[in-house]
Design a protein around this ligand. Sequence first.
Ligand code: ASP
Length: 395
Amino acid sequence: MKRLLSLENLTLLSIVLAILTGLYLPELSQKLKPLGDVFLRLLKMIIVPLVFVSVFGAILGLESISRFKKLGVRTFLYYLTTTAMAVTTGLLLVLIFQPGKGENPRPLSPHEVPEPISLGQVIMGIIPENPIKALAEGKVLQVIFFAILLGLAFLTVERFKQELVKNITDGFSDALVRLTRWVVLLTPVGVFALVSYLVARFGIDIILSLWEYVLVVVLGLLIHALVNLPLVALLFGRYNPYRYMLDVREALLIAFSTASSAATLPVSMELARTKGKVRKEVAGFVLPLGATINMDGTALYEAVAAVFIANVYGIELTPEKLITIFLTVTLASIGAAAIPGAGLVLLALVLSSAGIPLEGIGLIVAVDRFLDMLRTAVNVWGDLNGARILNKLLK
Ligand code: ASP
């Protein structure tokens, strides 16, 4: 009975109940929204201190710059390879099924389109002008950048000072894990409120109206989560990926409900360590970085969305354009923040570099939240596998 009523099962049940409540009792769902907001806020409260302490602590735990290089290079290779697999899957599917390709291409409307974010802005966004400001504003990538450099610098100071700081950092890290456990107890309630509110607000009809596009994205995400990533896990991690998926399902459900990799980070850190037996210094480096820059689901979705929009406007996609989409989608998934809807904003960068009208974003906005939930779960799943595989590779 106790097993049946585990937190994971309760969370799953609450998602099902939430969908029903959202559909049939929309007023109640609207009223319950504050409960979801409380849960989300509690998770967010942990993110910034956790990211700083884990990344900084991880670098200290690696004990030498050469071990950092080893882990760093492998982590990036893993991220790039799996993201490329995701984009390729998305592009192949969308080119096979060609959603949005009709006889009458939609004419472009003359109104102005928003300025896309430039590549330079994305890159400069990594270096903090002031680390305290980056912490205060929750600029996670900047926090990571500073934590890595500061950690590396600490590896060069006297041993006893290093030990002192390491012990303090460890203390904070353990306390943050405990805090996460407390917040996680609220998951079934929080998830219920979040999901039922979304269903009540957006409804299911809207998803049906764009079914071809939605189907290709969902199919791609499923293939990536259930075939591509497990294959990499089996080859390089030598563990049963489906068993692991069940073990960490709480993180995937939270990712689905919150549509935020960052909000899920405290939970994925805990599960990678307890269920995946990932060492602290590996989890502390790979997961915060992964939550921020490794977004397989987002990359896949952006590739499909770009081709779908091009199809709707009757734009010919030359091989050069497809290569541009491939490259910019990869970059955009790195630059997207780990919060709801970030992928949609960065899609503007992809569209403008491939010469696809930005106003096309308006076509897919309605179903974006739903797809965001799914792609975020895939993003987090990619990170969790990365942590376990790199844990093995670094032994
Ligand atoms: N919501 C996604 C995440 O947090 C990013 C996106 O919008 O694709 O991982």
